[in-house]
Design a protein around this ligand. Structure first.
Ligand code: SAH
Ligand code: SF4
Ligand code: F3S
Length: 469
């Protein structure tokens, strides 16, 4: 049965269920990992809705639960296995419940055996780039007594094009512009589980974003493991700067974001494009990963500390008020105290707005996993604390320069902790909290005068405004 036929069969089955039980079958998707996974989950949700499932208010009511997994660090895997384990009881109480596990973790060799061994209550497994097969997988899971498996067999995969999405927000959207990664940073599992780099065609991307803006989307975030290498291998010669310009010209788009930028591939042309494109936001996520040249080389990053800093200077000269954020790993195999000091030095010199800091996690199958001299966990934890303390000071100092300024903020919604407070983001991706005004809706643009700053947030008051609606 082809995928369309499978979806049609499920629609029939679900309609029949609805007729007999006077309620629709419900779904839940639990997402771990990065934005690319969030985006995949929206596609999984879109597929489930096209089969006739509706979103469950809680997982206890769901008839099908899909856990979309990440394996970038061991801590993510531990959390996920904890969650899978906790579903065993729900399944015992509701035997008709289908449980699926999807995403990066399922593309690791031996993971299937682990699921079979410790999670026999799982009904199906779906690898990355396999969302188009979900109809057949679910149909098989209803009819077969054994684990149904659909994982990507090779590294050179097709792109899931034209599938429905059920997006979380009406005013903003993730848009994948490419899939996979060719960089093979030696610590990283992503290229092993997401396959080789493939770019979507500009036509597919522009048409998707145009349709989104027609439905009211004002902000898009273009996603790829390394957006700066967009276009390689496409028939039409095009690079990421060209694509940004095209997106910038789409009517009614207000903000364009993108991630992630690999420092090695960030060109002068791109800096210029960000500078002159009105809707491209002044924020670059530029993972440095480490400060020591020796470690950067062992990581296979393709730049040294000086080159990274020169790039930063160039960016800051050309793009006024730009914010730059980064990712840093501490405790890469063989990282000496001197190497770590280089990371601290880079932190001071780079003056990042925010750094996402991670303890190196050994991922089997990667080159670094077999390197000798893995660093003891106590040392890694101490280095992480030191780095975070330093970075927090820097983030706060940078934010203090924003005191008493007025910034353009796009409203996201109520703050997580307080229904009387609204949260929004500056073009530079800083989180701003301000007292709620009832006429404001997510996606509205307001001017906020900043009167208090913290390490992670800015606080202020809306100044008399035009919402831009
Ligand atoms: N393609 C993106 C995202 C990769 S995963 C990029 O290149 O930035 C996000 C971050 O997780 C990476 O930037 C890196 O800092 C971190 N990371 C990846 N593998 C890791 C590992 N084995 N241990 C700890 N952190 C890791
Ligand atoms: Fe991983 Fe490096 Fe690719 Fe990012 S660029 S996904 S860190 S291999
Ligand atoms: Fe993202 Fe985790 Fe996969 S970071 S690409 S979901 S391994």
């Amino acid at each position: 049965m082809n995928n369309m036929e499978a979806i049609a069969s499920l629609q029939q089955m679900n309609m029949e269920y609805d007729r007999l039980n006077h309620q629709k079958r419900q779904y839940a998707v639990l997402t771990y990992g990065c934005q690319m996974n969030e985006h995949d989950s929206e596609m999984i949700a879109g597929m489930l809705e096209s089969m006739g499932y509706i979103l469950a208010q809680s997982i206890n009511e769901a008839d099908i639960i899909i856990i979309n997994t990440c394996c970038v660090r061991e801590s993510a895997e531990q959390k996920i296995y904890g969650k899978i384990g906790s579903l065993k009881k729900i399944k015992e109480e509701r035997p008709h419940l289908l449980i699926g596990v999807s995403g990066c973790m399922m593309q690791k060799p031996n993971e299937l055996n682990r699921i079979r061994r410790i999670a026999p209550h799982v009904d199906f497994v779906l690898g990355t780039d396999m969302i188009h097969t979900l109809g057949n997988v679910i149909l098989d899971a209803y009819t077969q007594r054994k684990l149904v498996v659909q994982i990507s067999p090779d590294e050179y995969r097709q792109i899931d094009e034209g599938l429905p999405h059920s997006r979380q927000d009406d005013y903003r959207a993730w848009v994948a512009i490419m899939h996979g990664c060719n960089n093979f940073c030696t610590y990283c599992i992503v290229p092993h589980v997401r396959g080789r780099e493939r770019s979507r065609t500009p036509t597919a991307i522009i048409s998707e974003i145009t349709q989104l803006t027609r439905k009211g989307v004002k902000e898009v975030t273009l996603l790829g493991q390394n957006v700066n290498s967009y276009g390689r291998g496409l028939q039409t010669p095009i690079d990421f700067s060209d694509l940004l310009m095209m997106v910038n010209n789409i009517p009614n788009i207000q903000r364009i974001r993108f991630m992630t930028s690999h420092p090695r591939d960030l060109t002068e042309k791109l800096i210029k494009t960000i500078e002159i494109s009105k809707h491209v936001c002044e924020h670059i996520h530029l993972p440095a990963q480490a400060g020591s040249d020796r470690i950067l080389q062992l990581m296979n990053r393709g730049y040294n500390q000086l080159q990274y800093l020169e790039l930063l200077t160039q960016i800051r000269e050309r793009i006024p008020h730009v914010s730059v954020t980064t990712d840093i790993i501490v405790g890469f195999p063989g990282e000496t105290e001197d190497d770590f000091q280089e990371t601290l030095k880079l932190c001071v010199k780079a003056q990042w707005d925010t750094a996402y800091t991670f303890i190196y996690s050994n991922r089997s199958g990667t080159t670094a996993s077999t390197m000798v001299d893995q660093i003891p966990i106590a040392v890694k934890k101490r280095r992480l604390q030191e780095l975070m303390a330093l970075q927090n000071e820097i983030s706060l100092k940078i934010n203090q320069q924003l005191l008493s300024t007025t910034l353009e903020v796009m409203v996201e919604g109520e703050s997580q902790n307080d229904a009387q407070t609204l949260a929004g983001r500056t073009r530079t991706h800083k989180l701003v909290l301000f007292p709620k005004l009832t006429n404001l809706m997510p996606g509205d643009i307001v001017q906020v005068r900043i009167d208090e700053v913290k390490t992670w947030t800015l606080h202020g008051q809306v100044v008399p405004y035009d919402t831009g609606r």
